[in-house]
Design a protein around this ligand. Sequence first.
Ligand code: SF4
Length: 665
Amino acid sequence: MKGYTGKILWVDLSEEKTWVEEIPERIYTAYLSGTGLASYILYREIPAGADPLGPENVLAFVSGLLTGTGAVVMGRWMVATKSPLTGGWGDSNCGGTFSPAIKQCGYDGIFVKGQASRPLYLLADHREARLMPAKDLWGLDAIETEESLMKRHWEKKKPSVVSIGQAGERVSLISGIVNDGGRIAARSGVGAVMGSKKLKAVVLKGILPMGGQDPAAIHALSREFSDKIRRYSLPGLIKGSHVALGGRLLGLSPFNPSLDGLMFMPLMKKWGTSGTNGMAANMGDSPVKNWSGSIKDYSRPYVAAVNPDHIAKLEVRKYHCYSCVIGCGGICRIDGKTGGRYTYSHKPEYETVSSFSSLVMGKDLDAVYEINEMLNRAGMDTISAGHVSAWAIESFEKGLITTEDTDGLVLEWGNLDTIKALLEKMIRREGIGDLLADGVKLGSERIGRGSQALAMHCGGQEPAMHDSRLDPILGVIYSVDTTPGRHTTGSSLYYGLTKLWERVSWAPRAGWHSKNSQYKASREEALKTLASVAYKQVVDGAGGCLFAMISGVQHYKVFDWLEAATGWGFSPDDYMHIGRRISTTKQLFNIKQGINPLASKMPDRMAGLPPLTQGPLKGRTVPVEEMIANYFEVAGWDRGGCPKAKTLEALGIDSLKGGECHGQG
Ligand code: SF4
């Protein structure tokens, strides 16, 4: 085996039938697996102008090429589709156990099209795939659904289940797909697509072996990485408040230091991603008050309120995704903390804590737990829901909406009780919740009255909890990634940590540098952006995790693992070429679907127009238009974001055709 199975499962919900498609090796050498393989299939299958919530849209569940080969931290599964939020390419990525489960059924991906006339779920193992009635599951939250299906189908092997909650059933455009008791592939409105197809869940219970070509080489690389992760631990004396203090110092420093990404791993092991909330708030990474404020508004007592030591106290067990040696997840006991509504909860991620702390000026971590559990069960994206809440509070404060619009809710900064009530309405699509359940763009357009100016989104998708005024490459990614608003594709911080220049011939070195230099729209910054984008496509094709990725290519040896698994004889530059092919195919997908690549530029507020007047980001403005132009140029795309003919030829995809190119041609 070379890591991949060479097969995908097709499901047509309209016809209630399934079949298998064989995928030739040349597609894997061109696209790897994961979202790379999905980009090839979805470009081919989804017709121009297809309704994202209609039968022509395809929902792809894909595994990574390295999943199951023995390579560690390679167990992410991905879902890809035409996004109903943006109208273009959409994908989302999650951990847990679903990625190996796809392969153990004998597939690299499951591709679902059509639309069922009644609720169904897919049940598959290594012998057969069947569609089953799901009427009795419709209306349950995602965790109840998973528990019910586990009971029904757990024989020799524990099945792996993904499902939608009530938000997906009600086709909320900010809904996601949930697995492993509350983990969620939250972005791009993927839950709405599943809900529109009336597909409640997918249950997998195959037992086929997985593997790569050279298991000894794969395991040697895995051992090397695991040993490093084991060795790096935080001394017990280091507290959450010390990490937050580190963020203050980074915020004050005129330089961005060159850090070894491995130093973040002990933080991840001890606290998970929420270990960085205090640090991020202090250094200016966490957006404050719907992106209008700074750490001076969200001051020290607030930062103390998100101290991760509080989370650690509630943690009853650590949680690892499949094949992970870092283990950033945790299950917390929260009864008595949230009014007794829930007993256990996944530890909230950084994004969730920030969405319901600095973004809305909240300072009650216990309430964040409850919101986290509530949204995970309903299957609603916490990043998007946080932005909707922040927009609603600011609109209320400015008198653009009143209690007449909010069904009597008095919305105010930091009041998580009323935010909870608003979110419950959104999950139920009740009153104002019905207007807002499709995200901040559509919600603000439905309300009107100038409130659209307060809606922070990029092409329809709410941005993540990382401030583009701190990280200009992130501003470019938010604006023109094929999935705009995305924070995982690339950033100045990730680039510095990933140290791509150590393996990739054309990736510029980023040592210690003055913060001012990164605000210059240079060719060097554009190459860093391109390298980040291409590398993330490779990592997604492999099934890798972002958090391991940022430890750096000198530790997390994705290129070498791929070679050991496939024996293709490719260099890191060759893999980066594949990464560029994948991102360009996604760009062609968007153009085919009528997307103007320049139309998702982030709002002026996010670019520092006007600049903040206080805090670590004081005076910062991102020259985003020039940076985008430079990025398009080094990517071989024209000024409108349309890939040039010679670029398609160089990438070997000149047979693909975009639709009409918008922008500046
Ligand atoms: S680092 Fe965290 S999110 Fe990534 S694979 Fe490991 S447990 Fe999952």
